[in-house]
Write a protein of this length. Structure first.
Lengths: 601, 269
């Protein structure tokens, strides 16, 4: 048992607000606890108190009766409470997987024979035995995190603390890691404390704690916590989509229980209701729900205009039979793109989806001439980018590209200088320069007066990302390519960034190409979706067309949005809902119509 | 390009040389290097080529792959050859203007170039047959007697191994930052040396900031895994000094002795 008793903690030199404010908590053996809360709410600080990486300023933490403030007990405590961190690249020490797993036991001076045995067991528990001789840098993110978990297991801890360990992973990696910790909890009796930004992960826990301003403000079973939709929203958090849907259906007067967490629970509930309902809807009544029938103020959704109207016939980016081969002429040669032809018109909002390694990143790097095709042609604004004598720099000005974690490219002393880097490279001088910097700061929601002279490195992660975005916008590109712009952000940060992109698209009419792993985001934002698989462009169509082919998507390692899955299952049960539905709001409308039998109003 | 850097390029295998302890190989290579510089006659040189050939055979490494390792050194080799050939004083065999080729020059050029080739081959065999981790372990163990003298053998080995672990990660990051800045209109390909150096700032600053962040994270992760320096620590891989190791050392010492012997035989003739 871990007991946190009235713990307060303040980082030295960081203002008046304590990071932890009189927190008390009890973690029993065998529990699976999820801690949620937006960035800066104190989650990680609390986690680091559990294994004596931080010590309380007041109050105390007892790990199986051992006080973390006692310097003699530190190593015993850290052995009991293992911790896996956020960045998969920054916690593996050795150049070979098995050596890394052995690192902990070696530090504990375990005899070599036993270490070997522990390493085997630990790798087996996370299903990574076959990778034991691999160097870590050749593993996927999810695999690296599983190795990190194995490294902790080899120390035979009683508790495993996951400090946002899924934040930087793709959906496949997240699933892998979540399944691993659930299994360790159920089968090995390991107590798990999982800190996460993803509500569907928190829903798998026995108990959910919600943190805000260094305090635990809400606590209980996932059902109990997630039914408080409004409270969570106020705290800048999400709720699982099905709980959200249940709440909004209940608000619309449907007699539905609010504590629904999964698709299957929702299906059961609704089909019972449909059979009770005395006005069964006419069978086969396909409802054309259309987009954005009802829009709630806060939620992002594509505009009411149809995709066809948004497009002009002007071609922004055109790829003609592009093939790209990595490391040509070496033993590592690999075809990253094969025979891709695509046309992107001015003013479109395009999303690119595909499993990790499907060629998405390689594809978008052709969109602004960062990569040159091995064969085939690329036209940017009608200019052949592969022709001799074409200035690629000139073309890059027109197509802005923001990589993943763009805040890692900031380098200047002040925000102002960093944002002006792009335009300065284009030869733009004062007073135009100042105008552009100011304008782009305003566009991304940064206050120019307050921030222009600050060092970008003194800002919060979310603000740094905005600075990076402003740096690209200051070049006034005609098209903007974003490679997973929401990676690693908390729910509020994700909504903010997506809202920003959507408003840029609407206000400036800028062409947007969004690379994303979130089917929900893609479905509600994009006019058109491109699906990549093994270097090929395998599907190209509107969200409706793409997500109608769920089985095909699964072949490519992708899914349909959760609500779409729900709608398909409801339809199978004979409830006449539309399956062309991707958002909670659309689902609410369609379900209400189906259940109340107003299908053909 | 930058991603083609091959540091500690290890070729897994099960040959006698692969199975030797890293310490043995490091000691042997030191002996081998000293021996190469003691050679002063044709018999000794022949002996060295023979010895190296035997080791290459025993290592079961593809010879072509091994020789490819010489390619980056081609310029230095040619340079050594030409310089020695043309600028060694002695009995003149041929002359063209200020340039003359001497009898001594031919011998020196041949000897020096051979030494370099053998040196590179020998050290490549070491790195190709020893995984980086055993190599750092070997260095740590060899230096450990020096601990009392204040040589931080464990820390040095740990630093080397962490460096090896992060080289691929940092190379990848460098490429990414470079592309990100190119997307912002940065130009790394034109300008003179100074301009180019200045243009590297947008790459170097984020790279260093990132490296420090990684170092912080890694230190925290290591602490969480109970790392507290080299004292009172065990190793998963036990080292067994076997018969092969003794034989290898014996062989190297014999090679060393024989080479010294050739120096005397030569003067006797």
């Amino acid at each position: 048992m871990i007991k946190v008793e009235d713990v307060s903690f303040k980082y030295p030199g960081q203002g008046e607000d304590p990071a932890l404010d009189r927190v008390s908590l009890r973690i029993d053996k065998g529990e699976f606890i999820a801690i949620i809360g937006h960035n800066g709410s104190g989650k990680s600080t609390l986690a680091k108190h559990l294994n004596a990486l931080l010590m309380p300023n007041s109050g105390r933490v007892l790990v199986q009766g051992l006080d973390t403030r006692d310097p003699m007990l530190v190593w015993q405590i850290r052995q009991t409470v293992g911790m896996v961190f956020q960045n998969p690249d920054n916690q593996l020490v050795a150049t070979v997987v098995e050596e890394d797993v052995a690192f902990g036991p070696e530090n504990l001076a375990i005899p070599p024979k036993e270490i070997r045995q522990r390493v085997e067991e630990a790798l087996d528990a996370v299903r990574m035995v076959e990778f034991k001789h691999r160097p870590p840098h050749l593993l996927s993110g999810g695999q690296k995190q599983r190795v990190a978990i194995a490294g902790i297991l080899a120390m035979r801890p009683a508790y495993l603390v996951m400090d946002e360990s899924t934040a930087m992973l793709d959906p496949a990696g997240r699933k892998e890691v979540l399944e691993t910790i659930i299994r360790l909890n159920r089968e090995h009796g390991l107590t798990v404390v999982h800190i996460t930004h993803f509500m569907d992960e928190a829903a798998a826990a026995h108990r959910v704690l919600v943190m805000e301003r260094g305090q635990i403000v809400l606590e209980g079973s996932p059902r109990h916590v997630f039914t408080q939709v409004d409270t969570l929203r106020q705290l800048g958090l999400d709720v699982p989509q099905m709980t959200d849907l249940a709440a909004s259906l209940a608000k619309s007067g449907l007699p539905i229980t609010r504590d629904i967490l999964t698709v299957d629970e929702m299906v059961t509930n609704l089909s019972q209701m449909a059979t009770r309902s005395n006005t069964p809807a006419s069978p086969g009544g396909g409802i054309k729900s259309g987009y954005a029938t009802v829009l709630t103020g806060s939620k992002l959704q594509r505009g009411t205009q149809s995709p066809a109207e948004a497009k002009t016939q002007l071609k922004s980016i055109e790829l003609e039979r592009v093939t790209y081969i990595y490391k040509k002429g070496t033993p590592y040669q690999a075809e990253a793109l094969s025979d891709v032809s695509v046309e992107i018109r001015q003013g479109e909002f395009i999303a690119i989806i595909g499993a990790t390694g499907s060629g998405k990143s390689t594809l978008v790097q052709h969109f602004n001439g960062l990569l040159k095709p091995t064969s085939g042609r690329v036209y940017l604004q009608g200019i052949d980018a592969s022709a001799k004598g074409v200035s690629l720099q000139e073309l890059r000005k027109r197509v802005g590209l923001l990589f993943q974690y763009p805040e890692h490219q900031l380098f200047e002393e002040t925000v102002w200088r960093d944002i002006s880097f792009g335009p300065r490279n284009m030869g733009i001088t004062e007073p135009e320069l100042a105008k552009r910097v100011r304008r782009s700061m305003e566009l991304v929601g940064l206050d120019p007066e307050a921030l222009w002279n600050r060092s970008p490195f003194s800002l919060s992660g979310g603000q740094m990302r905005r600075v990076a975005l402003a740096g690209v916008l200051a070049m006034e590109p005609e098209a903007l390519i974003l490679d997973e712009p929401t990676a690693g952000l908390d729910p509020r940060g994700r909504e903010d960034v997506l809202g920003l992109i959507l408003s840029l698209h609407r206000k400036l009419g800028i062409t947007v190409v969004l690379v994303s792993h979130s089917m929900e985001d893609v479905a509600r934002l994009a006019d058109r979706i491109l699906v990549m698989h093994k270097g090929r462009l395998v599907m190209d169509g509107t969200p409706k067309e793409i997500f109608a082919q769920g089985e095909k998507l699964q072949e490519f390692g992708l899914d349909v949005p959760l609500v779409t899955t729900l709608m398909h299952k409801l339809k199978q049960r004979g409830i006449p809902v539309s399956t062309e539905v991707f958002t909670v709001e659309e689902a609410r409308v369609s379900i209400l119509q189906a259940i109340r039998g107003k299908a053909n109003d | 390009m930058i991603e083609n850097i091959t540091i500690g390029q290890y070729v897994p295998g099960a040959s006698i040389i692969h199975r030797m302890e890293a310490r043995t190989k490091i000691l042997a290579i030191l002996f081998y290097m000293i021996t190469l510089f003691l050679i002063n006659n044709l018999v000794g040189l022949g002996l060295a080529f023979l010895f190296t050939a035997v080791i290459i055979l025993l290592s079961e490494l593809p010879v072509k792959y091994l020789l490819r390792g010489l390619r980056p050194l081609l310029i230095i080799l040619v340079f050594t050859l030409v310089l020695n050939l043309l600028f060694t004083p002695g009995e003149v065999l041929a002359q063209a203007g200020p340039l003359k080729i001497t009898k001594e020059g031919i011998w020196r050029a041949f000897l020096m170039t051979s030494r370099l080739v053998l040196l590179v081959l020998g050290t490549s065999i070491l790195t190709l047959t020893t995984s980086p981790i055993s190599l750092t372990d070997g260095i740590e163990r060899l230096l450990s007697p020096g601990k009392k003298l204040g040589i931080p053998s464990h820390e040095l080995a740990m630093m080397m191994s962490i460096a090896l672990r992060f080289i691929p990660t940092l190379i990848e990051e460098t490429m990414k930052i470079m592309k990100a800045q190119m997307a912002r209109g940065a130009d790394f390909e034109s300008g003179n040396v100074f301009q180019r150096a200045k243009n590297m700032v947008p790459i170097l600053v984020p790279l260093f900031v990132g490296a420090f962040r990684r170092a912080d994270d890694l230190a925290m992760a290591m602490e969480a895994r109970c790392y507290r320096g080299g004292d009172n620590r065990t190793k998963m891989k036990e080292v067994r000094v076997g018969l092969i190791d003794y034989l290898a050392l014996l062989g190297t010492v014999l090679f060393f002795g024989a080479t010294i012997a050739t120096r005397y035989i030569n003067t006797m003739i």
